[in-house]
Design a protein around this ligand. Structure first.
Ligand SMILES: [Zn+2]
Length: 460
């Protein structure tokens, strides 16, 4: 007989240790490779117990991915290590690339680094292919399809997933606005090497904001009755620290950490607000089963982070800073459009691959086609290997889009219930805590996956 409580306790024991190592790896700190390998073996063993017993559907699907820890673990470490060894030149390495791009005043140099990294990206391919093959074989074993399982885990139907992606094609608006912005600001056209991670910095570099994002965000949460005391924050610059801000819910309710690298004022604000949104979500979870606190699907986990990020961009909130709010709002809309113009093709290439419409070796060429179609630029399709999610995660990309749709539906409700400045209110905090605390068992009744609320951000 499968004893879920006992199993859950063992899982926690292993996952917490594993989470600490994962954290160290991303933070550019010393980690213990031997220990990781041992823990990954344990995780495979633990998840196989669930796969054999088929206890709970959601647990089963999560354990299917987790059961690959053993096989994928070593390859993941190899990928992490190799990336900074292979993707580097005298200007930066993969981890410091975004900081380099946002500080570089010379588009020609930025383009050279971009092209150089694209050439080198091919060396990452074999590792990604090996990992992908492992996933394919495992899902085949259970006669499951990655996209169907993803939808099931994320509480949506495949039709809804496709409808949403289809409804959020912003190509026309995006092309017009990005071209205008690049011409006005840099007197050059929008080109393939002006990637999202570069543009989102320059969109906001006209705005000067000196306040400390952690302090500001903490104040907001305090007003809603949240407590951030237990959350650890790392803003140090280490050479091998990952470029992306991230949050680790190592032991939800107990040990939650975030990390980020300073880029520029507004972006540090949005990154910190985003990651602290995740952190607070992990922090308030109290579902008695640990796996229900840890295995929250991405399209739900991202709801609370994107929600918090949106508090920062709300003009009622921005009022207290000395900023050109109208201009900031315009830039923010363009940022949202770029996000969609980029993440729609990112999502589509993953879906097409997992639905068997393209083979692994065709991903790059198809990606290039999709980027052309949705972003309007000729980009070497190997760029997907340089992205921080596409080569690492099985699917993930649509989660940001789905979560954004859910967020704007939620904001609509929060405004109706608690007014325009809903974050200035303990009651809204109570409402959010109630949503957050159960983890996987969240009540998504607030969302009908209606894209019109999200669209209204930039359709006006
Ligand atoms: Zn996030």
């Amino acid at each position: 007989m499968f004893n879920e409580k006992k199993w859950d306790k063992e899982l926690r024991n292993v996952m917490v240790k594993r989470g600490i190592q994962e954290y160290k790896m991303n933070a550019g700190l010393k980690y213990d490779e031997k220990l990781i390998k041992k823990l990954d073996k344990n995780l495979t063993g633990l998840s196989q117990e669930v796969l054999k017993n088929k206890v709970d559907r959601s647990l089963f699907l999560n354990c299917l991915d987790l059961s690959l820890s053993d096989k994928l673990g070593e390859l993941n470490i190899e990928f992490y290590k190799n990336r900074n060894k292979v993707i580097k030149n005298k200007y930066c390495n993969w981890s410091s690339w975004r900081q380099f791009a946002s500080n570089s005043k010379d588009p020609k140099l930025r383009k050279d680094v971009f092209d150089d990294f694209l050439k080198k990206s091919v060396k990452l391919k074999a590792n990604v292919k090996k990992r992908t093959d492992i996933v394919v074989r495992e899902y085949d074993k259970y006669n499951l399809n990655v996209v169907d399982s993803y939808c099931e885990q994320n509480f949506l139907s495949k039709n809804n997933l496709k409808r949403i992606i289809n409804e959020l094609n912003v190509k026309k608006q995006f092309n017009k606005e990005i071209e205008k912005f690049m011409q006005e600001k840099f007197n050059k056209p929008f080109e393939y090497y002006d990637d999202l991670y570069y543009v989102r910095n320059v969109l906001f570099d006209d705005f000067n904001i000196k306040n400390d994002p952690v302090k500001e965000c903490t104040q907001v949460f305090k007003k809603m009755g949240f407590d951030l005391k237990k959350i650890k924050i790392d803003n140090k610059n280490r050479r091998n620290k990952t470029a992306t801000a991230c949050c680790f819910g190592i032991d939800p309710g107990k040990d939650v950490r975030i990390m980020y690298k300073k880029e520029n004022g507004i972006n540090d604000f949005s990154s910190v607000f985003h990651e602290l949104g995740h952190a607070v979500h992990f922090d308030v979870m109290d579902n008695p089963l640990w796996w229900k606190r840890s295995f929250v699907p991405n399209s739900v986990a991202e709801v609370f982070s994107i929600l918090t990020e949106n508090i920062f961009f709300d003009k009622f909130f921005l009022n207290k800073y000395n900023l050109d709010i109208n201009l900031l709002d315009k830039r923010r809309k363009l940022n949202e459009m770029y996000f969609l113009a980029f993440y729609v093709p990112n999502s589509l290439v993953k879906i097409e691959y997992w639905e068997g419409k393209i083979k692994f070796d065709e991903i790059s060429s198809r990606y290039s086609e999709l980027i052309k179609e949705y972003m309007g630029v000729d980009l070497n399709g190997n760029y997907w290997l340089l992205h921080h999610i596409l080569p690492e995660e099985i699917i993930y990309c649509p989660s940001y889009i789905i979560a954004s749709v859910r967020v704007f539906e939620l904001i609509n409700i929060l405004k109706k219930k608690y007014g325009n400045e809903w974050w200035n209110n303990k009651e809204s905090g109570n409402y959010l805590r109630e949503l957050m605390r159960s983890g996987v068992d969240i009540d998504l009744g607030f969302s009908r996956l209606d894209t019109s609320y999200f669209r209204s951000v930039f359709d006006k």
